[in-house]
Design a protein around this ligand. Sequence first.
Ligand code: SAM
Length: 271
Amino acid sequence: MEDFWACYLDPSGEVGPNYWQYFAECIAELVAVPEGAAILDLGTYDGNVLFKGMRKAGIRGRGIGIDIYPGGFHEGFNNTFTQGLSNVGFAQMDATYLGFPSETFDVVLGNFVGWDDLYDFVNMEFLSPDLRMAEILRVLKSGGQVGIGFWIEQSDIEWLIHAFKEKLPPCKALSCYPLTSYSRESLQGNQIILRTAGFHDVKIHVVTTTFVSPDLDTWWKQMKQVVGDYFKEIPELEGLKDYILIEVSQYQTSKGICFDKTVGFAFGVKP
Ligand SMILES: C[S@@+](CC[C@H](N)C(=O)[O-])C[C@H]1O[C@@H](n2cnc3c(N)ncnc32)[C@H](O)[C@@H]1O
């Protein structure tokens, strides 16, 4: 299996995980994008998935990325300029209420948007009507494809949450705040979500990959990025650094600190 290393992000020079790019490549690779397609990318952030999908759509393709939070658009716009792409745009929008006419897109993608606010993946039932998937169905052309990506397991984050919970005083902090916004979803749950919305030909793919951080300090910086807000709100977490670094050294190999991440991808076709 190939290894994927931590990388340094430009322009900040901060250590960043490259797994977002890696899994964006996966969904773009798996989805069928016709030449000249119109692509909508939900929860686009900086267009990470959108730009990769656009490579398949070619110069006659059109792409728009929408996000409820516009914090990544600046980087996305910069990319459109540096790559000379006049056929890519970004808009702030809630995926539950898409401001596009019906039957506009050939492909709708949504990587790691998260369906856990609408669907209970433990009890396998809807928490409320799935207006978001209904909107995706509406804006897709007949024969168009939806593709969503979701976390099945992030072993490093699960291990970290477990380690923090063991060491923090009971009921303090972690019982009040979730440590990360990462929630596990399931293949079966996402199949149900797509079929219930009316999609046909539902297909599932699972990708597990090992990610390597070169040393303990780099790994710790990455984990702090993942749970960044909580380091501000829960000062006790920084005090656990020494304990965590000793514990995590069991995941050290000759290459560095290795953890697996498993992602599910679900695709469906509008009848
Ligand atoms: C974990 S990020 C993933 C970004 C990108 N898709 C990727 O794979 O690199 C999830 C994004 O979904 C966005 N998001 C969550 N709920 C949304 C909603 N209802 N409508 C639009 N965007 C949403 C968040 O603001 C965030 O930028």
